[in-house]
Design a protein around this ligand. Structure first.
Ligand code: NAD
Length: 488
């Protein structure tokens, strides 16, 4: 029987170099219309088992290739994705709800760059060597790939974050089983079609689609997957730690944030305001690095608020394929409801909503009436203890509050369970360094936002994660080091 109408895009798992259909499927929605348009395999233990086996079988060949051979394949894959950039961008926008502009200029170019970056960086690592002349010994370290890497990624930057894991994992000589988010699987599936053409042997990259609790957990629990690289929520990470504990797995966890922006009265507001609007609302606020608590020094508070709200109101919400639009659709109906519920909770606590949700009219084109849209929303007059100031909302909502002193604002900025990214705005170089050093945050951007050098460590403190990713950090995570001593 035909279980699926031909109108749906039907994805298949990619195992051992072959597309493999699944016995059951999950509906996947187009967030900007609310329609089901795609069927995603609802994989479980059986599919994960087959993928892990394929990855294990491919490991001896792949791990014995030279870094240069692997590098050439990664570069070829980057070229192939880049060649199809527009098709990937269209697919990412349709699947995720993000604007076509964002997908075209951020998501897909970065996915291409991830492969090029690790294709290059894998050629430049050196290991350590020390000597102990009095013992007649020298020591050196050697690094080897770990084996089958389990990679689990979220829905906000689908191909971008998945390739940020696949690229270093395979550059180091591991083989992988990846499980993208069930809500955004299309671009990963499209990429599978290019792997063979790039020269990747079958089984090096396997992709199993499906739900976290089923496919994801089967991967985490698999005894032959010694390492899990996960990006997603803190709650899921806790579950992954529990489930991998019996196997003592190596874990890299990139989790949520509640990122502060600290704006001193000597900040250049002409730079700070548009950047902070962007850091609050880019990708519908669905970036782990988005600003959601803005601390403004008392002397400029009123002026900042006025100009910030005016700038936020310029952001156009609507059809993601309209190049004029800045804010697309949120990922799902449930997520939209959750984000909205935070605004309601804030109002119930006596906070004031200055623009956006419930305050301004949201006019949508006829085709997008059932999409999951929400206006950029600015909330003020909140207590630091309020849930909008403590919990990750992960939508187009930002809170603005006043502060008086440097000492006070550091304490308040650090007063959440998360510690991923902070921004500091000031023209005083001494202050910028002092504050940056004292913030509990894996990343601190001063007088800018989201400027990344992939060479350097990326990751969070406290509930925002364990481990770092970057040229050296990902290399260390995806390899096992050995110290060898030679007596001469
Ligand atoms: P999520 O934790 O719900 O899901 C992430 C992935 O884990 C998905 O593929 C999901 O299917 C899978 N998963 C869910 N339950 C699982 C389980 N029990 N076992 C194994 N896998 C499971 O997160 P999300 O809602 O997709 O993404 C949003 C979150 O990701 C936010 O908290 C955001 O801050 C965070 N994030 C962090 C970073 C970072 O680099 N620190 C980057 C992007 C997103």
């Amino acid at each position: 029987t035909m279980a699926h109408s031909k109108a749906f895009l039907v994805l298949e798992n990619f195992i051992g170099g072959e597309f493999v259909p699944c016995s059951s499927y999950i509906d996947s929605y187009n967030p900007s219309t609310g329609d089901v348009y795609c069927k995603v395999p609802d994989s479980g233990k059986e599919e994960v088992e087959a993928a892990v086996k394929a990855a294990k079988d491919a490991f001896p060949i792949w791990s014995s290739k030279s870094p240069l051979e692997r590098s050439q394949i990664l570069n070829k894959l980057a070229d192939l994705i880049e060649h199809d950039l527009e098709a990937f961008a269209q697919a990412e926008s349709k699947d995720q709800g993000k604007t076509i502009t964002f997908a075209r200029t951020v998501d897909i170019p970065r996915a291409v760059h991830n492969f090029r970056f690790f294709a290059s960086s894998i050629l430049h690592h050196v290991t350590e060597c020390t000597e102990m002349p009095t013992m007649g010994c020298m020591h050196y370290t050697s690094r080897a790939p770990v084996g089958v890497a389990g990679l689990i990624s979220p829905w906000n930057l689908p191909l971008y974050l998945l390739t940020w894991k696949i690229a270093p994992a395979i550059a180091c000589g591991n083989t992988v089983v990846a499980k993208p988010s069930e809500m955004t699987s299309v671009t990963a599936w499209m990429m599978c079609k290019l792997l063979e053409k790039a020269g990747l042997p079958p089984g090096v990259v396997n992709i199993v689609f499906g739900m976290g609790a089923k496919a994801g957990e089967a991967l985490v629990c698999h005894p032959d997957v010694p390492l899990i690289s996960f990006t997603g929520s803190t709650l899921t990470a806790q579950r992954i730690m529990e489930k991998s504990a019996p196997h003592c797995k190596r874990l890299s966890l990139e989790l949520g944030g509640k990122n502060p922006a600290i704006i001193f009265d000597d900040a250049d507001l002409s730079q700070c305001i548009p950047t902070t609007v962007r850091s609050s609302f880019a990708n519908q606020g669905e970036i782990c690095l988005c600003t959601s608590r803005i601390f403004v020094q008392r002397g400029i508070y009123n002026e900042f608020l006025k100009r910030f709200v005016a700038e936020a109101k310029k952001w156009k919400t609507g059809n993601p394929s309209d190049p004029e639009v800045n804010v697309g659709a949120l990922i799902s109906k449930e997520h939209l409801e959750k984000v909205r519920s935070y605004v309601k909770k804030a109002q119930a606590e006596g906070a004031r909503v200055l623009c956006g949700e419930g305050v301004d009219p949201l006019a949508l084109p006829p085709g997008n009436q059932k999409g999951y849209f929400m206006l950029p929303t600015v909330i003020t007059e909140l207590k630091d203890e309020s849930c909008c100031m403590q919990e990750e909302i992960f939508g187009p909502v930002t809170c603005v509050v006043a502060f008086d002193t440097e000492e006070e604002v550091i304490k308040r900025a650090n007063g959440v369970k998360y510690g991923l990214a902070a921004t500091v705005w000031s023209g005083n170089v001494g202050r910028v360094h002092r504050v940056a050093h004292r913030l509990q945050s894996g990343l601190v951007w001063t007088n800018c936002w989201l400027v990344r050098d992939l060479n350097l460590p990326f990751g969070g403190m406290k509930a925002s994660g364990i481990g770092r990713e970057g040229a050296k950090d990902s290399y260390e995570f995806f390899t096992e080091v050995k110290t060898i001593t030679i007596k001469h």
